[in-house]
Write a protein that binds this ligand. Structure first.
Ligand code: TYD
Ligand code: MG
Length: 480
């Protein structure tokens, strides 16, 4: 006997059932709930009809498709049309300017300076004759004007609106004559649309709002910038979905206690990622820092042990930054390990390698590691600088002030080569460093540089070198 005839009701019930899908992570739930079990987000579960869409099974007859022309991979390429602000740190992270018809998301902690940088960009573009519309859902027009005054941007033709309703914003845009070249929404979390019935700031509203703005960008060729606030765990509140929808994602980072702000490219469909733009917050807005190395090395105390200069690369640009370590005898049963600006798991690894392969013991010592200037390093190439700073602090021997360090350390204690050796060394030389400790196997030893570059093969070599420098130092003192 056939199953259908055995359970006729069940078959028909199954067909009519709808499902509840989390809009953040895609988990399917049997019934609606306030919180998704899958990702822990609230208010993200929406009822959907599983029979609709591609692969939805029988039920609806799909509309007859229209064939599109298939084409070859080779062919003419149009350069993405860009609008440059003239603020070179900003143009760098966007890959050479905002792309017309594209949408980018600028994320960051509240108060970090997103509205400030965008107002400065808006003013710079308006001065170049571009039409810029700035829509704020967070501040009143008077407040925005006040900020613009402070930034010296109040005499530009930037058009303002304080509005949060998606339909009203679109109507305003349609009504404002020529389409804008740049259009800023501050912030995406304040948008709400009549078509979605959840509260503003929920994933559904944010998604609908972002979609409407992105559609507007694609249709008209305006460049759209969406501002998004970041939650405590470092993600743009709720709408990680927005990251997938936009063409570029920039994160604005920085330590509140410091003046430096770093705009970092996380995603870019029209240019390189891993680029950074460095700014300094002043009383007249954000100031560009075109040579970040000078900034991060600014307050260096060259005589004290525990400091090593790391020659790093951010995107296409070399950045020198000081790694500071403090190794002090512990009074606790379990010694402390504290890290600011670097990965703590990576620190544990370097400590373990130093203990296992070099006989350097940290078991009775607290270890503190700090990257100067509120900067954050993500490159493994910093391993060698960190190891040097640690050994230097433990042994109480200051490292040579005119030396930079870079190289990746493997678990075996070997020092492995890293990319862009020449660029790192050139930057170091430009800033007056004449020595470098780098992996012996570095592939592209640069020509035309006059410094002393010493290649080392393994971490024990490094330790021996630092210990050796104490002996040399003592000899010098004895001779005097
Ligand atoms: P803001 O751009 O409003 O931050 P966000 O939009 O990311 O929330 O920046 C606010 C902070 O910047 C605030 O703490 C004041 C400071 N600030 C200055 O120090 N100088 C300035 O010229 C401006 C406009 C702001
Ligand atoms: Mg703001």
């Amino acid at each position: 006997m056939h199953r259908e005839t055995l359970f006729p009701e069940r078959v028909s019930v199954a067909k009519a059932r709808t499902q509840f899908v989390c809009q953040n992570c895609g988990t399917v739930h049997a019934r609606w709930a306030g919180k998704c079990d899958g990702c822990g987000e609230w208010n993200t579960i929406v009822e959907e009809d599983p029979t609709g869409g591609i692969g939805g099974g029988p039920g609806k007859t799909p509309k007859k498709g229209r064939p599109v022309a298939l084409t070859a991979l080779s062919g003419e390429i149009e350069e993405a049309p860009r609008i440059q602000t003239g603020i070179s740190e900003l143009d760098r992270v966007t890959g050479g300017g905002f792309v017309r018809g594209s949408a980018i998301l600028v994320g960051g902690d509240p108060g970090i300076g997103k509205s400030t940088v965008l107002m400065q960009a808006a003013a710079a573009l308006a001065r170049r004759g571009q039409k810029v519309i700035y829509v704020s859902g967070e501040e009143a027009v008077a407040q925005i004007r006040l900020r613009a005054q402070r930034l010296g941007a109040d005499n530009t033709d930037v058009l303002l609106a304080a509005e949060t309703n998606v339909e009203d914003i679109l109507a305003t845009l349609a009504d404002s004559g020529k389409r804008p070249d740049l259009f800023i929404i501050d912030s995406i979390q304040t948008l709400w649309s009549d078509t979605a019935d959840s509260a503003p700031g929920t994933v559904t509203q944010v998604r609908v709002g972002a979609q409407a703005m992105i559609r507007y960008a694609k249709q008209t060729g305006a460049a759209v910038v969406l501002v998004g606030h970041v939650t405590k765990d470092g993600q743009i509140a709720g709408p990680r979905v927005v990251e997938h929808m936009v063409d570029g994602v920039l994160y604005f980072e920085g330590d509140r206690g410091h003046h430096y702000r770093i705009l970092r490219t996380v995603k870019n469909r029209f240019g390189p990622t891993d680029e950074i733009g460095v700014f300094e917050m002043s009383d007249k807005g954000l100031r560009e820092v075109s040579n970040p190395s000078e900034l991060f090395l600014g307050e260096r105390n060259e005589k004290s042990p525990g400091a090593a200069v790391f020659a790093g690369i951010e995107g296409t640009r070399p950045v020198l930054v000081e790694v500071q370590a403090l190794v002090a005898p512990t009074s606790l049963g379990t010694p402390r390990r504290a890290v600011v600006g670097w990965d703590s798991a990576r620190l544990s690894m370097i400590l373990a390698v130093l203990e296992a392969h070099c006989g350097v013991r940290f078991g009775q010592h607290d270890v503190y590691l700090n990257i100067a200037g509120g900067y954050r390093i993500s490159e493994p190439a910093a391993d060698l600088a960190v190891a040097s700073a640690l050994v230097s602090s433990l042994a109480g021997i200051a490292l040579p002030a005119d030396c930079v360090y870079f190289g990746e350390v493997s678990l075996s204690g070997a020092v492995r080569p890293v990319a862009q050796t020449a660029q790192r060394l050139k930057e170091a030389e430009k800033l007056g460093f004449t020595k470098a400790v780098l992996p012996a196997a570095s592939p592209e030893m640069p020509k035309g540089l006059s410094g002393q570059w010493s290649g080392i093969e393994s971490l024990p070599d490094l330790v021996a070198r630092i210990a050796g420098s104490r002996r040399a130092l003592q000899r010098d003192e004895d001779m005097e």
